[in-house]
Every structure is written in structure tokens, then in C-alpha cells.
Design a protein around this ligand. Structure first.
Ligand code: GTP
Ligand code: MG
Length: 179
């Protein structure tokens, strides 16, 4: 996508990860500044938009929330195409959600089939750091990020609003690099 200095860049972002890790909550925190304790599974996929600035550039993020539960993934993954960044989310207190990251990552690349898969922008979020039942260390997460290239990593809490803005600012920044 070509973007002149005055035009607002529209960047498509897909959020993936196991059910219950907090994908919807992170987006609601970021876009609406709200948090809901009650779990409601996402069905299908839908997007929200958020306007922000990266350096001096006006950017609109079109953030696609997806269903972690397989039976609710009704749209398939055709809509991954044309994305500028993929945000992977796991729960730092649930080992399984970390172990499935490679699947989400590889499946995403397979669907999008970018010209340069090695440098496609991903960002990893380790969510729910407000809960004190840590199963995945920051070191382990960062090692995974290194093994997949140079993926930025943030430990977040949608509940307490820890590093959510920072994380999406980074998402916008790396997504811009695909322009
Ligand atoms: P699917 O839509 O099924 O894929 O799940 P999801 O990844 O969208 O998870 P969701 O955002 O619905 O959150 C699941 C549950 O975790 C909800 O009860 C949230 O309130 C809770 N939750 C999400 N983020 C946090 C967080 O940072 N801290 C805590 N303590 N709870 C959280
Ligand atoms: Mg959801």
C-alpha cells in the first residue's frame, strides 16, 4: 500500500490465539477503555477501528478479533489475506496457550502467503500478568520471539490496563513497515 504523507494509512491487523487468553478484552481495553470480567466467546470474526499516530503519520488500525474456539471459526481464515500485522496472544498463566503459538503463527503465514514470510510483522502479547500463577517466564517468551525472527513482546493486562497502549502502538509501527 502506498501512503502519501498526508493520507491516513489503513492497516489491517489480525488478533489470534487460544480461546480465553483475552483477545477480545485487549481490544475492548484499547479501543473502548473498558473491561468485562465475564467471558463471552467470540463467534466468527469482527473488526474495530482505532485512529492513532506513529511518529508524525496518521494511522487507522483495523483490528480483527477472531474466535479462539475452533467451532466458532465460521469465517475460516480467508480474511487473513491482506493483513499488515498479526498479533498473537497467549495467557502467561496457561502453558498450553503458549505451546500453541507456533501453530497460530505458522497457520497464519500459510494462509497469507506473504512474499517475504521471514520478515512479516508479528507482535506477541503475554496477557493476564495481573494474575499471580505464572507458567511462562518472560525469558521463555522472548526466546520464542527470537526463534521466529525478531518479534516484539509485551506482557499485558487487559484488566488492569498494563502496557495495552504500548503494545498496540508497536503493532501500528511494525504494520507500517509493510507499506
Ligand atoms: P475467545 O473469544 O473464545 O477466543 O476468547 P478471548 O481470547 O477473546 O478471551 P476474552 O477476552 O473473552 O477473555 C476471557 C476471560 O478472561 C474473560 O473472563 C476476561 O474477563 C478474562 N480476562 C481477559 N483479559 C484479562 C486480564 O488481563 N486479566 C484477567 N485477570 N482476566 C482477563
Ligand atoms: Mg474473544
Amino acid at each position: 500500500m502506498e501512503v502519501s504523507s498526508r493520507r491516513r494509512a489503513l492497516l489491517k491487523v489480525i488478533v489470534l490465539g487460544d480461546s480465553g487468553v483475552g483477545k477480545t478484552s485487549l481490544m475492548n481495553r484499547y479501543v473502548y477503555k473498558k473491561f468485562n470480567q465475564q467471558y463471552k466467546a467470540t463467534i466468527g470474526a469482527d473488526f474495530v477501528t482505532k485512529e492513532l499516530q506513529v511518529d508524525d503519520k496518521d494511522v487507522t488500525l483495523q483490528i480483527w478479533d477472531t474466535a479462539g474456539q475452533e467451532r466458532f471459526q465460521s469465517l475460516g481464515s480467508a480474511f487473513y489475506r491482506g493483513s499488515d500485522c498479526c498479533v498473537l496472544v497467549y495467557d502467561v498463566n496457561v502453558l498450553k496457550s503458549f505451546e500453541t503459538l507456533t501453530n497460530w503463527h505458522d497457520e497464519f503465514l500459510k494462509q497469507v502467503d506473504p512474499v517475504h514470510p521471514d520478515v512479516f510483522p508479528f507482535v506477541l502479547l503475554g496477557n493476564k500478568i495481573d494474575i499471580d500463577e505464572l507458567q511462562v517466564s518472560e525469558k521463555k517468551a522472548r526466546e520464542w520471539c527470537s526463534s521466529k525472527g525478531d518479534i516484539p513482546y509485551f506482557e499485558t493486562s487487559a484488566k488492569e490496563d498494563y502496557y495495552v497502549d504500548d503494545a498496540f502502538q508497536s503493532v501500528a509501527k511494525v504494520a507500517l513497515q509493510t507499506d
